[in-house]
Write a protein that binds this ligand. Structure first.
Ligand SMILES: Nc1nc2c(ncn2[C@@H]2O[C@H](COP(=O)(O)OP(=O)(O)OP(=O)(O)O)[C@@H](O)[C@H]2O)c(=O)[nH]1
Ligand SMILES: [Mg+2]
Length: 287
């Protein structure tokens, strides 16, 4: 790890303290590509670590529809560095949809049960710009508003309050109207805890995504938290639900550990691709 010393915040009346934020060594591809090949492979493409446990009869293609090259991931990564001409920042929070700013740039949002890891995942995505503060907590129901983050003029990313904790209130008042009416929404990421698998509340959210008919993608979080056999069972179960009960869902669930950065680089590339911010070199596989 290395440490970025950010400037002192010298606003009148503000407590003066030195901000020192760390950038995790695996947050950037430059570091990842110096890992031993197998380690690099399973960090960038987490499904490859599970493949050996999969029965021969299972079609692997469904798990690798989106399989960009490292070069494409490098291109996507550039979007996640802030610069004077491409500012990444927390923009605004909204408690109701009519408080949300109308924006032109494509938007992606992250929904899922309380504590599933939405804010942690966004924090990992923005880890190359650690001055962007994304709050994470062990206590369910931590994120209470829709939090909008701007990635230059390229896209906006929205962290949603989780359902399950104060649900259905938050869900009915915020998430549901947002999903139905947000014009610039290009992809919804529905997060499911990979260590426990699909829960009833997840199926309700999935139904809601189906009703809105907006394209969405399932993301399995916390894949570091359980044994590979259990993870594979949860993944196959999820895959089966996606196959048999959905029409707007991308067939390939994405696997993530925000703690170890597994799948984070792939997800950055997926977001860059679906928001039209990059053009993949290998166009045979797309989201
Ligand atoms: N082991 C492990 N823990 C994780 C991972 N992602 C998140 N967590 C932990 O899960 C807890 C909840 O994370 P958050 O990111 O705050 O969850 P959230 O979905 O934003 O929760 P709400 O804001 O309450 O809806 C925290 O203690 C995180 O450290 C992961 O990939 N692996
Ligand atoms: Mg949160």
């Amino acid at each position: 790890m290395f440490c970025l010393q950010l400037p002192l915040l010298l606003q009148p009346g503000a407590p003066v303290h030195l901000v020192c934020r760390h950038i995790h060594k695996l947050a950037s591809l430059r570091k990842v590509t110096s890992l031993p090949p197998r380690k690099m492979q399973s960090l960038l493409y987490p499904f490859s670590g599970l493949e050996a446990y999969l029965d021969r009869s299972v079609d692997r293609m469904q798990f690798q529809l989106f399989h960009p090259s490292v070069e494409d991931m490098m291109e996507a990564e550039k979007l996640f560095y802030s610069s004077p001409s491409h500012r990444i920042d927390y923009y605004i929070s909204a408690e109701r949809l009519d408080h949300a700013p109308a924006l032109k740039q494509p938007e992606v949002c992250f929904i899922g049960r309380s504590n599933v890891g939405k804010s942690s995942l966004i924090k990992a995505l923005f880890s190359l710009t650690p001055e962007v503060e994304v709050r994470v907590s062990k206590t369910p129901g931590h994120t209470k508003k829709m939090n909008f983050f701007r990635v230059g003029k390229a896209f906006t990313l929205v962290d949603m309050p989780g359902y399950g904790h104060r649900a259905p209130k938050d869900f009915v008042e915020m998430v549901e109207p947002y999903l139905y009416t947000r014009k610039n929404l290009v992809r919804t990421f529905l997060l499911v805890d990979g260590s426990v698998g699909l829960q009833k509340a997840d199926l309700i959210a999935l139904e809601m995504c189906e009703e809105t008919r907006c394209p969405y993608v399932m993301v399995m979080t916390k894949i570091d938290k359980c044994a590979q056999g259990a993870l594979l069972t949860n993944l196959l179960n999820l895959q089966d639900v996606v196959k048999t009960q959905t029409t707007s869902c991308f067939p390939q669930p994405l696997l993530i550990s925000s703690v170890h950065y597994w799948g984070i680089h792939l997800l950055r590339c997926f977001i860059a691709h679906v928001t039209g911010s990059i053009r993949l070199k290998d166009t045979t596989k797309s989201g």
